[in-house]
Design a protein around this ligand. Structure first.
Ligand SMILES: Nc1ncnc2c1ncn2[C@@H]1O[C@H](COP(=O)(O)OP(=O)(O)OP(=O)(O)O)[C@@H](O)[C@H]1O
Length: 841
């Protein structure tokens, strides 16, 4: 009998399904980066925003195309520095707050400063970099708004605000006072819209420009920077993302600061965050260039009007319904419930709709919201998410059941309750989430439901293991990042190599000889000055089976290392595809006016040139590096091949040549003359860092788990009518201590393995061992062609998707997916490795 299938169209399986998932992801990325080629599905031209053509055929040249092509001196563009508004006192302290600052404060709509604001504002007006750690809703934004206003009054200048989320930016823009002219540029905007903002910037019509890190680090970033007027200071919102010790480290944040400092000479930085421990704050301060010791921490991270409680219920979802029906929550009209999994949001929202409807029937004169509960998570389409968010903001929806995707930058001041259904991933994320309640200063209630068996801990542990990796991928990455070069070797013809390539590794003995030569460079005495190279993102992700963000983090560790092993440059499209419609003479003519093309053709073996001279594809980064040109100049020169001028009128006309830039790549500069020992040292360092990070994250998670458990009521009964003030005070003290303390040193991978929380004991594991081994063997026999590693198998048993083993494919088989979530990841990995060795795979 035929099996009935409920799929629309042909159902994809296996490799095809994986390919489709990847295609969709990269399609999205292509849209963000404005790349050419078949991936770009935006209907309008990315250059001018019109609909009749694509960007490569755009008759309006890019900003960068209007400059003549040619090698550019590698000198950064430095706008004149903006001097501080007020000088420091002779003692080095900031001056007393002048009247014009209070007047500006009034102009922004406030009568007096809140704690922390005045000092920060005065430091920025005195040109001193500052880190401000204040709870959510305490008024951090004012600390960049007010100085931006005052600086721009004295002379035409701009304040840059680096903001992590597009939604956050729009929200912040709409909330700015009318006297402050601001706009934003992010990667979701068309080139035309970006250009109109830049026009305003150039005309000094703006006081504040908000930028997403991606907009700056993308291909258009340098072009944006060169058009900026003098920058008074740069404000980095969510500054904890700068620290590699933070729960939310974002490597591109670091690169943004570096770029601002080096390219436009920004001297004064203001970092804003609500959640930084002392170690994180110290690290962030260092990146912002703050020299002095950090002072005592600011006010408690939890505002006084929040009442916190926590309980450990056998059935948390039912307990949630009971709590919402109790006296404490019954009358509250704006509630956010956070879940750790997307599936849970849908289920819990449905449960609340069923159970709460009956209790709160519409009464005459009652202004209760019409809708009871809706789910919100990143997997929903954006229109649906917007609908839910709008309904909640307008007071038409009582409860939003969401993942952490909801609420960043949500400026509804009267959210009355935030509930967590499951352990939050960190103290920081808990503080951020509860900080969304009671921003109007009125009492608000927060409750955390823990699962007694620790299932919520297992769930969160998955995220920690998702970004970790083995030694082999680390080694592969190091090999890709430091390809050997021929810089310090005899000319290529003596070796029989091809000019400009990186063919032969230099022996350590040769190296030792070179290093001892008198011409060796001072400092880290390298024969090789470093080469720019591009690592294509998608193939690297597949080769290492690691998400792009994790690879970027590893590269960032190498840049942050005291020896600064490499320099990360903005990601770029690395390959050029060039199609010439005419005969070989047209190509020769084009090569005359385009040195990069001439170099490429000269380097091609003659056989290749004869075979197909009309179409070619090459690595622009490698070409630019071998020519000693800036990549932007090579790109510009190649793009200009599409246009020439009408001889008489001088009007630009198309040459029919097609130039496409493809393959998004990590872009970096690294030396090619590392010794084998140095490579080993780098591998050890990177792998040690990966292990330490995993260990730290697990230790933090266990600490978080134990701390909340130690304070929890056995059920939500005592919290139904009134919050327990004693419990609330204890929880606030606990969180305060956490943010005050130094980070604990990671205790190495053994610590991870030993500290398994409420997992099964070793003896119990023995009961499971046979079953696990059977499952591993079954999994291997079902996928005979896959080259599993022990980690890959453990990931499947923990329900962790990875680029090579995505959830869409492996998650379908419920016999294995998430089956052993309750067992230690490392134990599963060991068992799987043993089995793989036994079967010889
Ligand atoms: N000095 C002040 N006096 C009165 N109200 C103020 C003052 N400063 C800020 N506010 C108000 O406080 C509210 C919260 O401010 P803001 O959004 O800057 O907080 P925040 O600390 O940046 O929060 P988040 O961490 O969520 O971004 C705003 O409505 C703002 O107008």
């Amino acid at each position: 009998m035929k099996q009935k299938r409920y799929t629309r169209g042909r159902a994809l399986r296996g490799r095809l399904l994986r390919k489709q998932a990847w295609k969709q992801k990269w399609q999205k990325k292509g849209e963000c980066f404005g790349g050419d080629g078949p991936r770009a599905t935006v209907k309008a031209c990315l250059s001018c925003g019109q609909f009749s053509h694509w960007a490569p055929q755009c008759p309006q040249p890019d900003e960068e195309d209007t400059r003549p092509a040619g090698p550019e001196p590698k000198v950064p563009h430095l706008a004149p520095a903006v001097l501080p508004l007020y000088p420091l006192r002779p003692s080095g302290q900031v001056a007393e707050t002048p009247t014009e600052v209070f007047q500006a404060l009034e102009q922004l709509g406030h009568q007096a400063f809140r704690p922390g604001q005045e000092h920060t504002v005065m430091r920025i007006l005195s040109g001193i970099s500052t880190l401000l750690v204040l709870p959510t809703g305490a008024g951090k934004s004012l600390c960049y708004q007010l100085p931006a206003l005052l600086y721009s009054r004295r002379s035409p200048c701009l304040t840059l605000v680096i903001s992590p989320l597009l939604s956050l930016m729009d929200d912040q823009l709409s909330g700015l006072p009318p006297c402050l002219k601001a706009a934003c540029i992010h990667s979701g905007m068309t080139r035309k819209r970006q250009e109109s903002v830049l026009q305003k910037v150039r005309a000094a019509q703006l006081h504040v420009l908000m930028l997403s890190p991606e907009a700056l680090m993308g291909a258009g970033g340098p072009a944006i920077l060169t058009q900026l007027p003098p920058v008074a200071f740069a404000c980095v919102d969510e500054a904890h993302c700068l620290s590699q010790w933070s729960h939310n480290f974002r490597p591109c944040y670091l690169r943004v600061c570096k770029m601002l400092r080096e390219h436009i000479g920004v001297q004064c930085f203001l970092g804003l965050t609500a959640t930084a421990t002392r170690s994180t704050a110290r690290d962030v301060a260092q990146h912002l260039g703050i020299m002095e010791e950090l002072g005592p921490c600011g006010p408690s991270p939890i505002p006084a009007n929040l009442h916190l409680s926590v309980s450990m219920d056998r059935d948390p979802e039912q307990a949630l319904v009971t709590l919402l029906q109790g006296d404490r929550f019954r009358a509250l009209d704006s509630i956010i419930v956070y879940c750790n999994r997307r599936e849970d949001t849908e289920r819990v929202a449905a449960l609340l709709r069923t159970c709460l409807c009956a209790v709160r029937g519409p009464a005459p004169g009652d202004h209760a919201p019409e809708a009871v509960a809706e789910a919100y998570h990143a997997g929903m389409c954006s229109r649906e998410r917007q609908r839910v968010q709008r309904a909640f903001m307008q007071g038409q929806l009582r409860v939003v059941v969401a993942t952490v995707a909801f609420g960043m930058g949500l400026h509804r001041p009267d959210v009355r309750a935030v509930l967590h259904l499951g352990l939050p991933s960190s103290f920081e994320s808990y503080v951020q989430a509860v900080g969304r309640a009671g921003r109007d200063g009125q009492p608000a209630h927060c409750h955390l439901f823990l699962r007694p068996q620790g299932e919520d801990l297992w769930e969160l542990r998955r995220h920690v293991h998702a970004n970790s990796t083995d030694f082999l991928p680390v080694k592969k990455l190091v090999q890709h990042v430091f390809p050997p070069c021929t810089c310090a070797q005899p000319p290529p013809e003596e070796q029989g190599g091809v000019g400009g390539e990186r063919p032969v590794a230099k022996s350590p003995i040769q190296k030792a000889e070179y290093h001892s030569s008198p011409q060796a460079a001072p400092g880290p005495r390298r024969a090789c000055p470093g080469h720019e190279l591009a690592l294509p993102v998608q193939p690297t992700v597949q080769a290492l089976d690691l998400p792009e963000e994790a690879i970027e983090t590893l590269l960032c560790y190498l840049e942050l290392h005291p020896q600064r092993w490499l320099e990360l440059l903005p990601n770029t499209y690395a390959r050029c595809r060039l199609r010439c419609p005419g005969d070989p003479t047209q190509l020769q003519a084009l090569a005359h006016r385009c040195p990069p093309l001439a170099v490429y053709l000269a380097r091609q073996p003659p056989a290749d040139t004869r075979r197909d001279s009309r179409s070619m594809e090459f690595d622009m980064v490698e070409l630019a590096d071998s020519m000693g040109w800036e990549l932007a100049s090579v790109r510009r020169a190649l793009r200009q091949l599409q246009w020439d001028q009408e001889p008489r009128t001088g009007v630009p006309r198309s040459t029919g040549v097609l130039v496409e830039f493809q393959e998004l790549a990590f872009h970096l500069r690294s030396p090619g003359d590392l010794t084998a020992e140095e490579r080993d040292q780098i591998c050890d360092f990177l792998y040690g860092r990966v292990q330490a990070r995993e260990s730290e994250a697990l230790t933090r998670l266990h600490r978080n788990f134990q701390a909340f458990h130690s304070m929890a009521f056995p059920n939500c009964g005592p919290c139904l009518e009134q919050p327990s003030e004693e419990q609330s005070t204890k929880l606030k003290a606990l969180l305060g201590r956490y943010f005050e303390e130094e980070a604990e040193e990671a205790q190495g991978p053994e610590a991870v393995r030993d500290e398994q929380g409420p997992e099964l004991e070793q003896a119990m594991l023995q009961d499971w061992e046979d079953q696990i081994r059977r499952d591993i063997r079954q999994l291997l026999s079902l996928w005979p062609e896959e080259k599993f590693s022990g980690r890959a198998v453990a990931r499947i048993f923990h329900g962790i998707g990875s680029p090579c083993y995505p959830a869409q494919v492996y998650g379908r088989d419920r016999r294995f997916w998430r089956k052993y979530l309750h067992l230690s990841f490392h134990t599963l990995m060991c068992l799987a490795t043993e089995e793989l060795l036994l079967v010889g795979r």
